[in-house]
Design a protein around this ligand. Structure first.
Ligand SMILES: [Zn+2]
Ligand SMILES: [Zn+2]
Length: 309
């Protein structure tokens, strides 16, 4: 029995046993089947006309728009330029039944990408729809580009085209968090002031001049002059945490500040919470710990950091 089965497999390397005891066989299987079983995504190998269709669509669109295509000819990256000469990328994953089945499209946008596809649609049409979508967001990116070039951005570290939030440095340990609405970018954004003596107070301001830029309106409403790359170094603002001595702790920046005007030492929320909780002189009430600033011994409070899931 054993001899027979061993010689069977030896003589026929593609004759594979189906069970552990090597007693059940399912006839010959081909190399292609083995390949398909281990790579289920290969099951849908497109028909030859897929490739001719793709080439003719790319010729209509223009090969200069193609940034990348994978070796399977299934994923394409197309470039697109908006009216302010910003470069954008549209990623298209074609289905094997292209163009009958709609491709999956994605891009770095602050709003969901909504493109319409019918069985008659082409890459050129999808590219034009994408350009229209970019056009509708041009004002939003103009507002953020002005903020990004004329102020010091503390967060996000490297803003992407989909980021709607900016934390702007105002002074030593004081920053403002603004949220720009991609659909109403010229509206004065929702602002949240962070730092000593402000402790995260949120401001909603009514007055604004529709002829001024968002940055100008912010400056007028808050009555502050934003430090800019022209007037300040970034190191003036990214002051490290007084407990761990670093600026970034995972994604967090030191946003808890000692309220004593002579101290003003910043800390990460997680660092300050752990530090105060470990001291016998501290007192905890629900999620808030009351203790003393490790630098100046003046009273300081911190909320328990939100649990990361
Ligand atoms: Zn820290
Ligand atoms: Zn202090």
């Amino acid at each position: 029995m054993f001899l027979m089965e061993n010689s069977l497999v030896k003589d026929n390397p593609l004759f594979l046993p189906l069970n552990k005891d090597k007693t059940v066989y399912d006839g010959f299987i081909t190399v292609q089947e083995v390949g398909l079983k281990s790579h289920p995504e290969c099951r849908s190998i497109p028909p030859p006309q897929y490739y001719s269709q793709l080439i003719s669509e790319m010729e209509t669109l223009g090969w200069d728009k193609l940034l990348f295509i994978d070796t399977q000819f299934r994923t394409l990256r197309l470039k697109a330029e908006d009216s302010s000469a910003r470069q954008h990328i549209l990623t298209i994953k074609l289905k094997s039944k292209h163009p009958a089945e709609a491709p999956e499209c994605s891009a770095d946008l602050p709003v969901p990408l909504a493109l319409t596809w019918t069985a008659q649609s082409t890459l050129e049409q999808i590219h034009s729809q994408f350009l229209l979508c970019l056009q509708s967001l041009a004002e939003f990116w103009d507002v953020l580009d002005e903020i990004d070039t004329k102020t010091w951005i503390l967060e996000p570290e490297k803003p992407s085209r989909s980021d709607t939030m900016r934390r702007i440095a105002i002074g030593n340990n004081v920053s403002i968090k603004v949220e720009v609405d991609p659909r109403h970018p010229k509206m004065l954004p929702e602002c949240c002031l962070l730092g000593a003596e402000h402790g995260g107070s949120c401001l909603w301001s009514a007055g604004r001049n529709p002829d001024s830029s968002v940055l100008h309106n912010l400056r007028d409403v808050l009555e502050i002059e934003f430090p800019s790359p022209a007037t300040h170094e970034k190191s003036d603002f990214n002051v490290e945490c007084g407990i761990c001595y670093s600026y970034r702790l995972e994604a967090a920046i030191p946003d808890q500040v000692c309220n004593d005007p002579h101290c003003g030492q910043p800390f990460h929320q997680a660092c300050l919470y752990e530090w105060l909780r470990a001291l016998p002189t501290s007192r905890q009430s629900f999620s808030i710990v009351f203790g003393e600033c490790p630098y100046c011994s003046k009273p300081i409070t911190v909320k328990m950091a939100a649990q990361k899931s």
